[in-house]
Design a binder for this molecule. Structure first.
Ligand code: ATP
Length: 436
């Protein structure tokens, strides 16, 4: 297992175009990041795998894409306006602010090291405020959503009716959320703008425990199936005193980050809290009517809530490997091919037109199915290194023999084994390796 530091991974992310500091040319804005050409592909692939697993490959979950700005009443009903807070303390010595429940020592300031300098904790609401329309007054105050879940609850009846959904069923959503975190940090782990992947699974109250266990297991396997080392994953049930205001039980899936175990995803039993609250506040009856038993009741909800950006970061860390090859260090991102930004790189051995031309032709053919890079710069060895570092599973080398035998060399990223493959079989050959 390679132990990677935060610095190594953020340097690689910048150098290879995965993640850049936002507004960098203006000195950077803290806690916001931009995803570069490779990062955006990786992030999209992570979301795509989640969507396939939770929506497209099932018949009991459907998707949704709700607005980021919703009626303020939503956040009153959900409880966020009142209790979506973190306890904040300020150091009287160095004036830095900290989130009390995340401090290693609640008496000592992590910035200046002084003890006993904190103010009394104050509850700080994490929702970003803005105004809808030209008048900036209290009546026009709106929030940027701090979770995607409420957009699902308020559309429960729309989705149920329009798609004739019967319990148990789920509604899934991927999108941006915003939290004015007191202490963002650890690169993209905790940012103020981030992306979530959430699913609300509605079921009969008596079946909630069973579905909770089902989703915990399902979500855990999603990470290991996509290649995360099971030794770097663990499940941690919340203690009663750390449960969110809506939860009857939560288990976190945690990953071993460079600084220790930390949350990737929370799976919560939200009970009937949200549907009841919205019924009470909106006056719309959000109970479910069971035609077979003639009962009307509030379903319970099991929610797997993951961070898309945070999970992408974990995949990057987990994939990072250093190994000795011929007395040189080789850096390899052992990303699952489904997540890798490029599925293959086509590398003409020389810049001569007679090689560039067939290389371009091969790339055009392969692009019918995958993201493909053509790289013509530098020595072949350096080009292999670069592809290893960005996690490209296969390199296809076009050499002078190709002109005679109409075959190319396919190199495997992980084993570095090479195989000669005829160009007219190449698409089929790579499909055998890449299609899942
Ligand atoms: P914490 O207690 O660490 O602030 P949380 O338990 O409140 O987080 P949830 O509300 O359960 O987080 O959010 C679900 C998921 O959304 C988290 O597991 C995480 O992956 C992601 N997430 C939450 N906040 C952030 C953030 N500030 N930056 C990046 N991802 C986040």
């Amino acid at each position: 297992m390679t132990q990677v530091t935060l610095e190594t991974i953020s340097n690689l992310a910048k150098k290879r175009g995965f993640v850049f500091q936002s507004s960098e040319i203006y000195g950077g804005i803290r806690s916001a990041y931009d995803y570069g050409p490779l990062g955006v592909e990786l992030l999209r692939n992570v979301k795509e795998q989640w969507w396939r697993s939770l929506v497209q490959q099932r018949d009991d979950v459907v998707g949704l894409d709700s607005a980021i700005i919703q009626a303020r009443a939503v956040w009153r009903a959900s409880g966020h306006e009142e209790v979506f807070t973190d306890p904040m303390v300020e150091c009287r010595n160095c004036n830095t602010r900290h989130r009390l429940d995340k401090l290693e020592d609640p008496e000592q300031c992590p910035s200046c090291g002084k003890r006993g300098t904190f103010t009394e904790p104050r509850q700080f609401n994490l929702m970003f405020k803005t105004h809808m329309g030209p008048v900036e007054d209290e009546d026009n105050l709106v929030y940027l959503r701090p979770e995607t879940a409420q957009g699902i609850f308020i559309n429960f009846e729309n989705v149920r009716r329009s798609n004739r959904m019967k319990l148990p069923f789920g509604i899934a959503q991927i999108g941006k959320s915003f939290r004015n975190e007191i202490t963002p940090g650890q690169f993209v782990f905790r940012t103020r703008e981030f992306e979530q992947m959430e699913m609300e699974f509605f079921c009969r109250p008596e079946e909630a425990d069973e579905w909770f266990n089902y989703w915990v297991e399902h979500r855990f396997s999603w990470y290991t199936d996509l290649g995360i080392d099971p030794d770097k994953l663990r499940l941690r049930p919340h203690d009663a005193d750390e449960l969110s205001h809506y939860s009857a039980g939560t288990s976190d899936i945690e990953f071993l980050f460079p600084w220790g175990w930390d949350e990737l995803e929370g799976i919560a039993n939200r009970t009937d809290y949200d549907l009841k609250q919205h019924t009470e506040h909106s006056g719309e009856d959000l109970r479910y009517f069971d035609q077979e038993t003639n009962e009307r009741f509030f379903p319970y909800v099991i929610e797997p809530a993951a961070g898309a950006t945070r999970t992408t970061f974990a995949f990057l860390i987990d994939a990072y490997t250093e190994e000795e090859v011929n007395e040189e260090t080789r850096v390899v991102l052992r990303l699952d091919p489904r997540l890798a930004p490029y599925k293959a790189a086509v590398l003409p051995l020389s810049k001569k037109p007679e090689l560039i031309e067939p290389a371009e032709k091969i790339a055009t053919e392969l692009r019918r199915k995958w993201m493909i890079e053509v790289d013509t710069t530098q020595s072949i060895g350096r080009r292999y290194r670069r592809q290893d570092e960005i996690g490209t599973p296969y390199c296809v080398t076009v050499d002078f023999d190709t002109l005679e035998d109409h075959a190319v060399t396919v190199r495997d990223r992980d084993s570095m084994a090479q195989e000669r493959v005829s160009t007219d079989r190449l698409l089929e050959y790579l499909s055998g390796l890449l299609d899942r």
